[in-house]
Ligand binder design. Structure first.
Ligand code: PEP
Length: 243
């Protein structure tokens, strides 16, 4: 497995002035890959200011061109220097009604445009309490695999993000993360995907205080960081924990 990947998800935050302060405070420590996924209008600014840090977006259209008002294609993101794009974040699933199948098509569109999709999967608290974690995660993964096929599935990054841990300050425990990441890796292997090469990130209230413990787990290949990626000092401390 390559170096760990730590990706920041800025969500709907930022301004030209705030971004400059934040971006000027980022450097990539040796031995870890760092990415920031910024709102579309700030891709050009971030592309100019980032040094040694990969650029990403937070969503992509399943279409490449045509009468789809408001959509942004993978080829457009690639022109702005994006390497990564988040696909299927739980906020997109829940607030914008993105289906498992549409997320599969977005992952395919990303790969066709030579972007690496960071595909988010994860259960709600009700689903966890009903003992359905792998039923849900397996269904979400299967929808992506259906569209991509086995070989392309080996090229995505996965982010296990339990919905109840996102933005709540309540991270999943190390035991919970280790269990689900191991099950995801085994699920991929069972489907014939080259599972050892797939980076599986953890996301959900990762902070400087819990990052090292989570990143030390066997099947955790980095993190997807929301709130803490908006403060340079915190984000850098999380990145250093992944070295
Ligand atoms: C996220 O938005 O992907 C996320 C993990 O958010 P937070 O780190 O704020 O929980």
């Amino acid at each position: 497995m390559s170096n760990k990947l730590v990706a920041g998800n800025w969500k709907l935050n930022g301004s030209l002035a705030e971004n400059k302060v934040l971006l000027d405070g980022l450097q990539s420590p040796d031995g870890v890959e760092v990415a920031v996924c910024v709102p579309y209008p700030y891709l050009a600014q971030a592309g100019l200011l980032l040094k040694g840090i990969a650029l990403g977006a937070q969503d992509v259209s399943e279409y490449d061109r045509g009468a789809y008002t408001g959509e942004v294609s993978a080829s457009m993101l690639a022109e702005f220097g994006c390497h990564y794009v988040i696909v299927g974040h739980s906020e997109r699933r829940a607030l914008f009604a993105e289906s498992d199948a549409a997320i599969g098509r977005k992952a395919a569109a990303a790969l066709s445009g030579r972007l690496v999709p960071i595909v988010c999967i994860g259960e709600t608290l009700d689903e966890r309490e009903a003992g359905q974690v792998m039923a849900v995660v397996g269904r979400q993964l299967a929808a992506v695999l259906d569209v991509l096929g086995v070989e392309a599935m080996g090229q995505v990054v996965l982010a296990y993000e339990p919905v109840w841990a996102i933005g709540t300050g309540r991270s999943a425990s190390a035991d919970q993360v280790a269990e689900v990441h191991g099950l995801i890796r085994a699920w991929l292997r069972d489907q014939g995907v080259a599972a050892d090469g797939v980076r599986i990130l953890y996301g959900g209230s990762v902070k400087p205080g819990n990052a090292a413990e989570l990143f030390a787990l066997a099947d955790v290949d980095g993190g997807l960081i929301g709130g803490a990626s908006l403060v340079a000092e915190d984000f850098m401390s999380i990145c250093r924990a992944a070295v």
